[in-house]
Design a protein around this ligand. Structure first.
Ligand code: AMP
Length: 282
């Protein structure tokens, strides 16, 4: 396994491999089983797997956790090696000395859901993903469904800008008790860790109620009551179309429920498809 730290070095390394199918798995490191599932999917779908590990300053707001974001590079490299990753791209900085001058934005998808609490977050994500695509020029790139809004926005960028890259979504990996895995879960103290379970429980409860014929609004209200009972006031708990992210009035096979809430100081997100099991297997 090779570790490259500059765009020039990784380009030179990849040049003789062109012609093989190259997959990119972008991450910010602190790898867990969620990231590993992306790497395994990449291994299955491609000949060469590149994992990028870069904590992108542009996607963090001023009062967010950029400076405290966990860095575990040695352990991450060990995991990548064991998973058969070919190359880690681990740049120190990807921006001009005085910061980003060129940024990307998806006008109608970046300012809703997580974009409300994090107004420039998705511009930062798109800008860095675009840079990674330009540097590595992968045939496919794998993203987790845990960050569904990010996945939908990246799909939109790739389609509207005619980028010749296949975007593959990968299912949410959860702890055994249901909490979606996240590098930020390590910020939670034991009582917050317990409280955080309510997020996945509530979206499952609402999905069950809707599937048993309960009205959507009533089901969401029940979910909100449940959150309140556990002292959680979410940033949002909403059903939207999973492709366009626009609100949905009726449930369709593209309906997906999204939740975000702060547990203590840690902001957690989760989502679930409202497809029935039989629609899932279609
Ligand atoms: P991050 O390092 O948090 O930026 O995440 C890197 C990639 O891993 C993103 O595509 C995430 O959506 C994905 N990811 C993070 N957590 C999970 C999870 N629990 N299940 C599946 N994918 C995940």
């Amino acid at each position: 396994m090779n570790i490259s730290q500059t765009p020039e070095k990784i380009r030179a390394l990849i040049a003789p491999l062109r012609g093989q199918r190259i997959a990119l798995v972008p991450t910010m490191g602190c790898l867990h089983a969620g990231h590993i599932s992306l790497i395994r999917k990449a291994k299955y779908l491609a000949d060469v797997v590149v994992v990028s590990i870069y904590v992108n300053p542009l996607q963090f707001g001023e009062n967010e956790d950029f400076n405290q974001y966990p860095k575990t590079f040695e352990k991450d490299a060990e995991i990548c090696k064991n998973e058969g990753v070919d190359v880690i791209f681990h740049p120190e900085n990807l921006y001009p000395e005085n910061g980003a001058r060129v940024t990307l934005k998806v006008s109608d998808m970046s300012n809703m859901l997580c974009g409300i609490a994090r107004p420039s977050h998705f511009d930062g994500v798109l800008t860095v993903v675009n840079m990674l695509f330009n540097i590595i020029q992968p045939n496919i790139a794998i993203f987790g469904e845990k960050d569904w809004q990010q996945l939908a926005i990246i799909r939109r960028m790739v389609s509207d800008l005619h980028m010749p890259i296949e975007i593959v979504g990968s299912e949410i990996i959860r702890e055994t008790d249901g909490l979606a895995m996240s590098s930020r879960n390590r910020y939670l103290n034991p009582s917050e860790r317990q409280q955080s379970l309510v997020l996945s429980e509530v979206i499952r409860l609402i999905k069950n109620n809707i599937q048993q014929g309960e009205k959507t609004t009533k089901s969401i209200n029940l979910g909100m009551d449940n959150l309140k009972k556990h002292d959680i006031s979410p940033d949002y708990l909403e059903i939207r179309n999973e492709i366009t992210l626009q609100p949905e009035n009726t449930i369709t096979p593209q309906s997906r429920m999204f939740i975000a809430a702060k547990i203590g100081k840690t902001r957690l997100i989760d989502n679930i498809s409202l497809k029935t099991e039989s629609e899932n297997t279609l």
